[in-house]
Design a binder for this molecule. Structure first.
Ligand SMILES: [Fe+2]
Ligand SMILES: [Fe+2]
Length: 165
């Protein structure tokens, strides 16, 4: 990452989130097709729709600051996506797959929440009020998704998940 001003840091962070949201739009589709728990599937599908709006809001943020919308790779996100691929390659049973996918989705949301929290802080400092309002909307939906995943997890019957002999 380059940049020696708060404006640069803010722009870099926006580009990373533009990358993350676009990647998650695909990842959520994969998660939704993998799980067989109705609540989890709905949560993934609905959040995919929200994720599309997150991408659009970020495009508006780029417009507000007068910079082109670009993607900057975020390796932390790539690592989580790779973990998911490796897990699926191991051909786990369906119960474990539901649990793993719920867990990886929570990690995605934590990453987004932390990133948007930082971007919001910088938008406030830089006086980008309209950008801050848009970022707040995304942040709220990430927090709601995390809460929903936690609620779904609390209902899981772990007794049905096979244990090692
Ligand atoms: Fe998002
Ligand atoms: Fe999200």
């Amino acid at each position: 990452m380059t940049g020696d001003s708060l404006d640069d840091l803010f722009y870099e962070g926006l580009k990373e989130m533009y990358y993350v949201e676009n990647e998650l739009f695909d990842a959520l589709d994969e998660l939704a097709t993998e799980v067989n728990d109705g609540d989890l599937q709905n949560a993934f599908e609905e959040h995919r729709g929200e994720t599309k709006r997150h991408v659009e809001r970020l495009q508006h943020v780029f417009d507000h600051i007068g910079e082109p919308a670009k993607r900057e790779q975020l390796r932390a996100l790539d690592a989580l996506v790779e973990d998911h691929e490796k897990f699926v390659d191991g051909k786990p049973n369906q119960e474990l797959r539901n649990l793993f996918d719920k867990g990886i989705a929570e990690k995605f949301e934590h990453l987004e929440i932390a990133a948007y929290g930082n971007l919001l802080f910088m938008a406030d400092k830089l006086g980008h009020d309209e950008a801050a309002d848009l970022l707040k909307k995304n942040l709220r939906e990430e927090r709601d998704m995390l809460d929903e995943l936690k609620t779904i997890g609390e209902q899981y019957d772990v007794e049905s998940v096979p244990m090692q002999d």
